[in-house]
Design a binder for this molecule. Structure first.
Ligand code: PPE
Length: 308
């Protein structure tokens, strides 16, 4: 990880090296935290954070599902992010808010432990490697099932859930694939360890619904709107692994992964298709501020103080 100058921690900017906690924090022992992944892009209007308020709202929703009360409002977290982006001076960055139960007592209940709220930012390039966006990745159906809705609320971007993701991506990469794909206990396609999934079949675009244990991705939502605007029919559908293997195109979406083509699933070649590349290009135009139509999704950070 490339270190940057500052981290926003519980209301103030501190030096990167000073953003530390005790080994006894609750979140470390039990995975009792929630987080976000956000990207800021370099646009003609300056650094702009993609759908910042929506990400901070999801952080609040995630916390609520864990009976955690965040000490900061969506608006306070939004302006903290602006402050951090300004302080670190990066034209583009990955932004990682995290809130977790801190130091107090141990034992699985969280009563009495304070909530620590932190925002980090650093440069993060292509999630699945430099070639992934153009050439696509290979994926393997994981033997690990996606956590079910009554195991841990998958709608919450909770830190503990990512043990499920870590196992899936590690298994896939140890077997020589770029990424894993998780199915539900019933055999329906859920999502990747850090991405949502889309299938293109006969000109229609399909993606699994919330009921298949997916994280409600903010990129997923943007892609649905962008694809519909481009004239495609987009539907939520229960998909099985055969639908991936027989698809015309498969792609994954996420803040980190952006729009990544999947060129093979379980060694069945699918290739990188035109629909995926069209949607990817449009998405990258939108996030980089080259499209007026979706400019309301870009939260521009004022880097110079406004004249008094
Ligand atoms: N599913 C999962 C399981 C997931 O972690 C992500 C984001 C998504 C779907 C896509 O959500 P969204 O970013 O709102 O479009 N994964 C984040 C963390 C990745 C990591 O390795 O850390 C991300 O992309 O920032």
């Amino acid at each position: 990880m490339e270190e940057t100058a500052k981290i926003w921690m519980n209301g103030e900017l501190v030096d990167w090296a000073d953003a530390t906690v005790h080994v006894g924090v609750h979140g470390l022992h039990y995975g009792t935290g929630v987080f976000e992944g956000i990207r800021a892009y370099e646009t003609p209007k300056g650094p702009a954070v993609f759908r910042l308020a929506e990400h901070m709202q999801r952080l609040h929703d995630s916390a609520k599902l864990l009976y955690m009360e965040l000490p900061y409002t969506v608006e306070e977290l939004r302006s903290a992010t602006h402050e951090l982006v300004r302080a670190n001076g990066l034209p583009a960055a990955y932004i990682r808010p995290i809130a977790f139960f801190g130091y107090g007592s141990l034992g699985v209940h969280t009563r009495g432990n304070p909530v620590e709220t932190v925002i980090m930012s650093w440069p993060w390039g292509a999630y699945l490697g430099e070639d992934a966006l153009a050439k696509g990745i290979t994926a393997k159906i994981s033997s690990w099932k996606r956590v079910g809705p009554n195991v841990i609320p998958h709608v919450s971007k909770a830190t503990g859930i990512y043990l499920n993701s870590m196992l899936a991506t590690t298994e896939a990469q140890r077997a020589g694939y770029d990424e894993g794909i998780l199915l539900t206990d019933n055999g329906f396609v859920a999502d990747g360890p850090g991405e949502n999934i889309f299938v293109v079949k006969n000109g229609r675009i399909l993606t699994p619904p919330l009921s298949t244990s997916i994280l409600p991705g903010i990129t997923r939502d943007a892609i649905v709107q962008i694809a519909q605007d481009l004239g495609y029919v987009v539907e939520e559908a229960d998909l099985i692994r055969a639908d991936l293997m027989l698809a015309d195109e498969v792609f994954m979406t996420g803040t980190a992964a952006e729009v990544t083509p999947v060129r093979a699933v379980d060694d069945v070649e699918i290739g990188v298709g035109d629909v995926t590349l069209e949607i990817q290009k449009t998405y990258l135009d939108v996030v980089n501020g080259r499209s007026e139509q979706w400019s309301h999704w870009l939260d521009v950070v004022e880097t110079v103080a406004a004249p008094a």
